[in-house]
Design a protein around this ligand. Structure first.
Ligand SMILES: Cc1ncc(COP(=O)(O)O)c(C=O)c1O
Length: 478
C-alpha cells in the first residue's frame, strides 16, 4: 500500500513561484533532473536561476515593508488573485495596515486588555455578560469563516486530544448500538500521535480493533487506500485533512463519501488545515471534526480546540465526559446529568476564556480576507520555499518530503536530510524557528497571514548556511 517515491537529485518538480510573483502566469517547470538529459539539465538550472532572481527582487521589495499588513497586502497586489476586486483589495490593505506586527503579537495585545478590563474589571459578572456564550459564538465564527459550517455545529472547548476522545468515543458507541458487528476503527500509521494513541485507548475500552492504513511519511491517505480497508466491520474512520508531517492534502470529500458508502462515520482532524486551506464541512458531508486554534488561527499557547458535530448527529451522540456545562440547565445543579440538546452537550467544564479571545484578531482577518485569498498566498509561499530550496538545498542532499504539486499540499513544507535535527537546533539559536519531525524532517510552517516571502528567503538562507557548516564539520573540514 505504501508508495515510496523514487529518490530525486533535486528537491521538486514545481518551480512556479518565480513566474507567479512576476505576474507572468508561467507553467510549472515539470519533470525531474534524473529523468532528463544534459541539455534539459542546463535549461532547468538556468530557469531555476531566473526564478530565484525574480523572487529575490520581490523579496528585497517586501523586505523594506513593515508589519503583517504589508506582508499580506503586498502579496495581494503582486500575485494575481482573480476573486478580489481592486477596491476590496485596497480596503483590505487599509484595514490590515493598522496592524503593525505579526498576528500572534496583535492577539497578545488584545489579551492584555481582556485581563485588565474584563477579568480585572467585571470579575465573575463576565460569565453572565458574555463569557458563557463565547464557546458557541466563536465556534460559529470558525464555522462560517474557516470550515464552511452553518451555525450551531461548531463549539470551542478542551484540547484537540480531549475533543478527539469525546467525539470518537461517542461515535463508536452510537455505531455499536446500531450494529454490534461494527468493531473496527480505521486510522493511518502516520496520523498524528495523539490521534493514534486516543483511538488505541478507545479500542481497548470498548473491545474494538484498530485497522491501520500504512502510508508513506512523504504523502498521505488516498481514496484507494481507504476503499481497501473499509467495510461492514468499520465503525469509524479517523483521518487528518492535512498530514502533520508531509502536508499531504487529503481529498476529504471523496474519502468521506467512501467511508459513508461503507456505513462508517468519519472524524476529521483539521489541525493543519483550519485557516490555511479551504474546508467545506457541510458541503463535503462531514460527520465530526476537531481542530486546534494555535496554528493558523494564531490563538497562542493554550488556546482551546474546536469541535464540529453535524446537526442531525448532535442529539444521537452521547459524549463520555458528562460535565455540568454540557447540561440542559447549567445552573439547575440537579441530581443527575441531563445533556443539553444541540452542540452544548459536547462541552464538559468551564471554557478557557482568555485563550479563546486571543484568536479573535486572527478570525477577524480571516473573515476579511477570505480563505480563498489566504490559500492563494499559502500556495505562493510554499511554492516559493520549494523553488528556493531546490536551488540552494538540493545540491546539499536535501529532498522534499511534501507533495510537489500544490493541489496536494497544505500550508507547510518538510525538507528532509539526516542532519536536520542538528540544523534545527542551530537555527533556533539564531531565532529562525522551523519544527523538526523525524525522520530528518525540517518542517516550515508558513502561516500565510503572518509570514512574508522575505522571511522564507532569510530562513532558507540560514538553513543552507547551517547545513553547510554541519556537513563540513562532520567531514572534518571545518
Ligand atoms: C494533527 C494534530 N492533531 C492533534 C494534535 C493535538 O492537539 P492538542 O495538543 O491540542 O491536544 C496536534 C498538535 O499539534 C496535531 O498537530
Amino acid at each position: 500500500m505504501a508508495e515510496r517515491r523514487p529518490p530525486t537529485s533535486r528537491i521538486a518538480r514545481s518551480a512556479r513561484i518565480g513566474a507567479l510573483v512576476a505576474g507572468q502566469g508561467a507553467r510549472a517547470a515539470g519533470g525531474r533532473l534524473t529523468d532528463r538529459g544534459r541539455d534539459e539539465d542546463a535549461r532547468r538550472a538556468a530557469q531555476s536561476r531566473r526564478y530565484a532572481r525574480i523572487a529575490e527582487e520581490v523579496v528585497d521589495q517586501l523586505g523594506r515593508m513593515k508589519g503583517a499588513a504589508m506582508k499580506f497586502g503586498q502579496v495581494l497586489s503582486t500575485v494575481d488573485l482573480p476573486n478580489l476586486e481592486p477596491e476590496d483589495r485596497e480596503r483590505l490593505k487599509e484595514k490590515l495596515a493598522v496592524l503593525r506586527d505579526q498576528a500572534p503579537r496583535v492577539a497578545f495585545k488584545d489579551v492584555e486588555r481582556v485581563m485588565r478590563e474584563d477579568w480585572g474589571g467585571r470579575l465573575i459578572r463576565g460569565w453572565d455578560e458574555s463569557w458563557m456564550q463565547l464557546p458557541f459564538e466563536i465556534g460559529d465564527r470558525i464555522g462560517r469563516a474557516v470550515i464552511e459550517a452553518k451555525a450551531g455545529q461548531t463549539v470551542i472547548g478542551d484540547s484537540t486530544t480531549v475533543l478527539l476522545y469525546k467525539l470518537a468515543r461517542a461515535a463508536v458507541d452510537a455505531q455499536l448500538a446500531r450494529d454490534p458487528g461494527r468493531r473496527e476503527i480505521v486510522v493511518d500509521s502516520d496520523n498524528f500521535p495523539t490521534d493514534r494513541y486516543v483511538l488505541d485507548g478507545i479500542a481497548r475500552e470498548r473491545g474494538l480493533r484498530l485497522r491501520w492504513i500504512e502510508v508513506d511519511t512523504s504523502s498521505g491517505v488516498t481514496p484507494e487506500h481507504l476503499a481497501e480497508v473499509v467495510g461492514p466491520d468499520t465503525a469509524l474512520v479517523v483521518l487528518s485533512h492535512v498530514a502533520y508531517r508531509s502536508a499531504y492534502l487529503a481529498d476529504a470529500e471523496e474519502l468521506t463519501r467512501i467511508a459513508h458508502d461503507a456505513g462508517a462515520l468519519v472524524l476529521w482532524d483539521l489541525c493543519h488545515s483550519a485557516g490555511s486551506v479551504p474546508v467545506r464541512a457541510d458541503h463535503w458531508g462531514f460527520d465530526l471534526a476537531v481542530g486546534c486554534t494555535y496554528k493558523y488561527l494564531n490563538g497562542g499557547p493554550g488556546s482551546p480546540a474546536f469541535a464540529y458535530v453535524r446537526d442531525d448527529l448532535q442529539d444521537v451522540l452521547a459524549q463520555p465526559i458528562q460535565g455540568w456545562m454540557g447540561t440542559a440547565d447549567v445552573f439547575a445543579m440537579g441530581p443527575e446529568y441531563r445533556p443539553a440538546r444541540g452542540i452544548r452537550r459536547f462541552i464538559s467544564g468551564t471554557p478557557p476564556i482568555v485563550g479563546m479571545l486571543a484568536m479573535e484578531e486572527t478570525l477577524a482577518m480571516i473573515e476579511e480576507a477570505g480563505i480563498a485569498a489566504i490559500r492563494a498566498k499559502s500556495v505562493a509561499l510554499t511554492s516559493y520555499a520549494i523553488t528556493v530550496a531546490d536551488e540552494w538545498l538540493a545540491p546539499l542532499g536535501v529532498t522534499l518530503a511534501s507533495p510537489t504539486e500544490s493541489e496536494e499540499r497544505g500550508g507547510h513544507v518538510t525538507l528532509e536530510h539526516p542532519a536536520m535535527r542538528e540544523v534545527t537546533a542551530r537555527l533556533w539559536q539564531q531565532d529562525v524557528i522551523p519544527d523538526y519531525r523525524d525522520p530528518g524532517g525540517l518542517r516550515l510552517g508558513l502561516s500565510p497571514l503572518s509570514t512574508s516571502f522575505e522571511e522564507v528567503h532569510r530562513g532558507l538562507a540560514a538553513t543552507r548556511d547551517q547545513l553547510k557548516s554541519v556537513l563540513l564539520e562532520r567531514a572534518g573540514l571545518a
